[in-house]
Design a protein around this ligand. Sequence first.
Ligand code: CO
Length: 209
Amino acid sequence: MTAISNLIDNNRAWASGKTEVDPDFFARLVRQQAPDYLWIGCSDSRVPANEIVGLDPGELFVHRNVANLAPPQDANYLSVLQFAVEVLKVKHILVVGHYGCGGVIASTEHTHHGLIDHWLTPIRYLAKEHHDELHALPEGSPRFDRLCELNVIRQVRNVASNPFVMTAWEKGEDLTVHGWCYSIENGLVSDLGVSVSTNEEVERMFGRV
Ligand code: CO
């Protein structure tokens, strides 16, 4: 039996380990000012936000959902985004996809998966939009990997054209949206080169949205 009590034991060991090497760790966490980063990533358990970028708890505000989407009508994501931008005043928003994303792959399949098919609809449309580019690539992982990247780029566009973000830029606030893709195979992040820091940059990168 997989015992839940193991987790409590692990927790006790983790907490005492933390204070052993850094007696001020939890006291500092309580006093922690606003984090500078918002991470929008996939729910996939193999993509632990803090660990990948070597940050402690308290340094990264995290929103995760299947296939790291930033849908303009999703109240959960929008609440997180507004809080991060207007209250925490984060300096960077990281949209982080990952190669081999099960959500991205599922969106291309013709079988039914249930409610998740509704959630993944934007990726299905995106794949249609980029049909020629995707079909020029070998079937299987090269095509899926490119779709993972295209999905991140589209979500960067969604975040960057969000009214909370656009308003922050109009006020001259220091905020950059980045698009990254993480490889589970080697643990490395690739910067997709779509970072934007002003409304003008967004228009140059994506056209008027
Ligand atoms: Co995923």
